[in-house]
Design a protein around this ligand. Structure first.
Ligand SMILES: Nc1ncnc2c1ncn2[C@@H]1O[C@H](COP(=O)(O)OP(=O)(O)O)[C@@H](O)[C@H]1O
Ligand SMILES: [Mg+2]
Length: 269
């Protein structure tokens, strides 16, 4: 069976699609077979990202390691059981098709609460939640007391993950390994950074996730999408001397891949 990695957060713009692309291509680069699904059926950023990559590689005559991306298949009404949810059916069919060949399946989720996203979370062996370093984003994980910065209770997204964990437990599946990834960390705003960090530390013990250091705020992330590139491809496209920022960014991807502790993966780039 494939190890399923879900990248989710009900907040848009937190870096889910960017993270998906980097994790998926890192795994392919290290020789693993990776299937990819995008459950954001409207924006399809992850799907578009991979399509851009294939187009760019073809035009340039490059062989860029690329995950096996599949569209969610349309449901064949004849095979949908009475009472079965059509979205569940389509997701199961997609996972079953990819599982024939893939060691890892990476699933990007929309930045909203949908049936597809909910079901995907219950399939997750590993869940990665990118989070912008802001209390607006933190609010989807937990409520905090403005005076003391103490966590007062879980919030909508954590409750959804909790439900997914319950479902898995009842089905006898292994628990979700949940990693919260801090994204767009700034060089300034030390005070905010510390406060969000402390709140995450507190919460991680309470609701059971690990905190990964994540990605700094870098312009290059926004430039990579049209060519479908990741930070790991710069040498392949002829960038001989990586600048300091690019070297540091690569290191962040490497650190994330190590922190994920995926089965059978030894990070070697
Ligand atoms: N670490 C980062 N530094 C700078 N820009 C980033 C970073 N991470 C993501 N972005 C940019 O933020 C926007 C949202 O990222 P995206 O991955 O599409 O988020 P989501 O899938 O959660 O909506 C995109 O324009 C992306 O290029
Ligand atoms: Mg997205």
């Amino acid at each position: 069976m494939a190890h399923i990695i879900v990248v989710g957060n009900e907040k848009g713009g937190s870096g889910k699609s960017t993270t998906c692309m980097h994790v998926a291509t890192s795994l392919v680069r290290m020789g693993h077979k990776v299937g990819a699904l995008d459950l954001d059926l409207r924006q399809r950023s992850f799907g578009r990202y991979i399509e851009n990559r294939l187009t760019f590689a073809r035009k340039q005559g490059l062989d860029l390691p690329t995950p096996d991306y599949r569209e969610l298949p349309e449901a064949d009404q004849a095979t949908v059981e009475p009472g079965e949810n059509v979205f569940d059916h389509r997701l199961s069919a997609a996972v079953a098709a990819l599982e024939q060949d893939a060691e890892f399946i990476i699933i990007d989720c929309p930045g909203s609460h949908t049936r597809l996203s909910q079901v995907a979370h219950s399939l997750a062996d590993t869940l990665i939640t990118p989070l912008n370093d802001s209390f607006i984003d933190f609010d989807l994980l937990a409520r905090i007391d403005p005076d003391t910065s103490r966590v007062t209770g879980p919030s909508i997204y954590s409750e959804m993950v909790w439900n997914a964990r319950q479902l898995r437990a009842r089905a006898g599946l292994k628990p979700i390994d949940w990693i919260v990834l801090r994204n767009r960390l700034g060089a300034q705003q030390m005070h905010n950074k510390k406060k969000v960090g402390a709140a995450l530390e507190q919460l991680s013990k309470r609701i059971g996730f690990r905190v990964a250091p994540g990605f700094s705020e870098r312009v290059i992330f926004r430039e990579l999408f049209p060519r479908g590139l990741t930070l790991l491809d710069l040498r392949d496209i002829g960038v001989e001397n990586l600048n300091l920022s690019n070297v540091a960014a690569r290191q962040e991807v490497r650190d994330l891949m190590r922190e994920l502790k995926l089965p059978g993966v030894s990070v070697n780039f």
